[in-house]
Design a protein around this ligand. Structure first.
Ligand code: BGC
Length: 735
């Protein structure tokens, strides 16, 4: 545990008992304190700030009483304590945490207020555990459903991710805990993540892959950023001149700290010159090769010091890093006015439940025959048996998955949640075997095991009134797991066959998918009800049960598209050089046409489109009214649309506003999300939703002029319930 050395003590030992040194005066402006501290430090002390001293700690300045920085994963909870210098769990007894929903789930709420709630609560946990930097949230764009880490990110749309990331950061940092937004940038797959060299157009970089990071910096004010493992344009992202110096610290004016991903630094000179501030996880007994390498051998340790002492690198580069790190320390570990935090409290569990309730997406809900009601919700009244099938009904999905694994204080499984609602009407059988989360390996399941589990499930399903399959992916290697991508798009562990076999004996089948990724659904036309329920954390089972029973009316919508086939996804449509690359290099050939931008523009319908999600009620969208038919370049116009709840129960709708630029000098997507609003409506109630459009909503990035431009002319406005469910259209002219 770190100690906070009191200002008076330091002052006394400096021989200046009467006056506190400026850098310790918490009432003085931070910039003055930073300069004062810097002026007292030796070159070696400054260099020491720039690298790790343990798996999750970087140095302070012990002589001056400046404490080190303690970091933690991130991004769905505060990770259990790890040993000082190896990856074993330290075995503490006080580090069990609340497991928050995965970030895909948070994004699926389309509710920035819930993002704020998330940031506030996770920040309290990080603070209680005395952490200074929380390694998250992640905003890498969802480019392919095979990316093993999509569950840690916020979907395929830069605007949605940007809207959701800002409140997370703002509320988190109110606890005196820094966000470390990751992985900057272009870490869109895990395969070959340590070296794959991404080539992408400037336009796609600025329009698709950077905007959420930019919002995190400019609007969220994040205090730190984590560099990505991969290369971009021939240079590793953790010391990439264009990403870090030109864009992040130049154009965006970032005043925080760039931290490597663990083992993401590869070169002292580049790290020194190109804007890397803190190096973590290099060759010690960590992620990369085990060796005698010590923290002193880090690229930004002794070799860096030697370069400065020999004059090869100017000390001004070191001073810039030291200033930033001191600023971060003063914002976090030396911040004496931060709150005390709280851990695994009933309030935190309640927040998780609230977020989970709004995250679940009802993908499909069909009646079983003419004049019959839809299968869901499934009333808690009644006596028919409900058979729950599936490994994910009982699996603790806080474990596995890589660095986002969490030691949970409490986890309510789907089976427990359903038992709470339906009592002894619930029967359970595993149905399929999904193996153990062994890092780097996929466990082979014997076909006899798969067959016998399936046979049992089918026999039990015959006699049940309704069957609920809780399946999907899990956190095993090659599923939703860091370090490796999925090997194919299908549901794993024989689930497609299991679904067919269950349907053959009982058509009243509800499929609940737990995953952070889209999956193939060849069975979709025959399954009446499908829920996308993500990884919902501590209270997941309760949210799932409440949505199935109708206690909660589902209101989540997809933050990414589900293609019918993998080849319908843009990255995969462009051949292997586009995904996964040739092991050295990769070209993002689909350019700006990622996700729905591809499906829409190329007219390739998605199985479930971006923005899709059903409710137990229905909504009608009235005619939109524009405040004017033309907009001055520096002005704005408003679009107002009345939305009515036309069903019998209260519900929330996410009203989406997309804009298209039908005639432009460069190709543009058919339409792009520019605004959204989540509203709650009582049965019969109508509310006006108003969006304000400015030229910022109309611009594209012009790579020749290196700026964002809006071209005068006609623009189309699409008021939509999903990217493929446009309810109303209008247009206006930009003068
Ligand atoms: C991951 C990061 C994580 C770090 C520390 C890396 O492997 O990519 O997201 O924060 O490890 O655990």
């Amino acid at each position: 545990m770190k100690r906070f050395i009191s200002a008076a003590f330091i002052a006394a030992s400096l021989g200046a008992a009467a006056s506190t040194p400026l850098y310790l005066d918490v009432n003085a402006p931070i910039e003055d304190r930073v300069e004062d501290a810097l002026s007292r430090m030796t070159t070696a002390e400054k260099v020491a700030l720039c690298h790790a001293e343990g798996k999750f700690a970087s140095n302070g300045v012990p002589r001056l009483g400046i404490p080190e920085l303690w970091m933690t994963d991130g991004p769905h909870g505060v990770r259990a304590e790890i040993n000082w210098d190896n990856w074993g769990w330290a075995g503490w007894l006080n580090d069990s945490c609340t497991v928050f929903p995965a970030l895909t789930a948070l994004a699926a709420t389309w509710n920035p207020e819930l993002s704020a709630l998330y940031g506030h609560n996770i920040g309290e946990e990080a603070r209680y555990r005395d952490k200074d930097v929380l390694l998250g949230p992640g905003v890498n764009i969802y480019r392919t459903p095979l990316n093993g880490r999509n569950f840690e990110y916020m979907g395929e749309d830069p605007y949605l991710a940007g809207e959701m990331v800002v409140p997370y950061i703002t509320e988190l940092q109110k606890n005196g805990v820094a966000a470390c937004v990751k992985h900057y940038a272009l870490n869109n797959q895990e395969r070959w993540r340590g070296h794959i060299d991404v080539h992408v157009s400037d336009r796609a970089l600025h329009e698709i892959y950077l905007p959420a990071f930019k919002r995190a910096v400019i609007d969220g004010g994040t205090w730190s950023i984590m560099g990505a493992y991969n290369k971009y344009d021939g240079q590793h992202a953790c010391h990439n001149e264009k990403l870090l110096l030109d864009i992040l610290k130049g154009d965006w004016g970032f005043d925080g700290v760039v931290i490597t991903d663990w083992g993401g630094a590869h070169d002292t000179r580049e790290a020194a010159l190109n804007g890397l501030d803190i190096e973590m996880g290099s060759y010690t007994n960590g992620l990369t090769t085990e060796s005698a390498f010590s923290y002193d051998d880090y690229y930004l340790a002794r070799p860096f010091l030697e370069m400065i002492q020999s004059g090869e690198v100017d000390e001004k580069y070191l001073d810039d890093k030291a200033r930033r790190i001191l600023r971060l320390i003063m914002r976090t570990s030396m911040n004496t006015s931060k709150p005390f935090g709280a851990m695994a409290s009933p309030e935190h569990f309640a927040a998780v439940k609230t977020i989970g309730d709004e995250a679940i997406v009802l993908l499909k809900n069909a009646p079983l025959g003419k004049k019959k009601p839809a299968l869901l919700p499934l009333s808690p009244e009644g006596s028919g048996k409900i058979l729950v099938v599936g490994d994910n009904a009982t699996r603790m999905l806080n474990l596995g998955g890589g660095s986002s694994e969490l030691k949970a204080k409490k986890m309510v499984s789907p089976l427990e949640g359903l038992r709470r609602v339906y009592g002894d009407r619930i029967l359970y059988t595993q149905g399929y075997a999904a193996g153990r989360p062994m890092y780097g390996q996929a466990e082979d399941i014997a076909s006899e095991v798969t067959d016998s589990l399936r046979r049992v499930a089918v026999e039990m399903a015959r006699d049940a009134e309704t069957v609920i399959l809780v399946g999907g992916l899990n956190k095993n290697s090659y599923q939703d797991c860091e370090g490796l991508d999925r090997l194919d798009y299908a549901l794993p562990f024989g689930q497609p066959e299991l679904i067919e076999a269950l349907l053959a004996v009982n058509p009243r089948l509800v499929v609940v998918l737990l995953s952070g990724n889209a999956v193939e659904m060849p069975w979709i036309s025959r399954v009446p009800a499908v829920l996308q329920a993500w990884y919902l954390g501590t209270m997941g089972g309760e949210s799932i049960a409440d949505v199935i029973s109708g206690e909660v009316n589902p209101s989540g919508k997809l933050p990414f598209s589900f293609p019918v086939r993998l080849a319908d996804n843009a990255a995969h449509a462009m051949g292997t050089i586009s995904y996964p690359g040739d092991s050295i290099r990769q070209d993002y050939l689909e350019d700006i046409f990622v996700g729905y931008r591809w499906h829409d523009t190329k007219e390739i319908p998605a199985l479930f489109p971006f923005g899709h999600g059903l409710s137990y009620t229905t909504f009608d969208y009235g005619k939109p009214t524009l405040s004017a038919s033309s907009m001055p370049y520096d002005g704005s116009i408003t679009v107002t649309v009345p939305v009515t709840n036309t069903g019998a129960r209260e519900g929330k709708e996410i009203v989406q506003l997309y804009i298209g630029d039908p005639v432009s000098s460069l190709p543009r997507p058919l339409k792009e999300l520019k605004h959204f609003s989540k509203i709650s409506l009582a049965p019969g109630e109508t509310r006006d939703v108003t969006f304000t459009i400015t030229a910022d909503d109309l611009r594209f990035y012009d790579p020749d002029r290196k700026e964002w431009i809006a071209e005068p002319g006609k623009f189309d406005v699409y008021v939509a319930a999903s990217s493929a469910d446009v309810r109303r259209k209008a247009s206006f002219t930009l003068e």
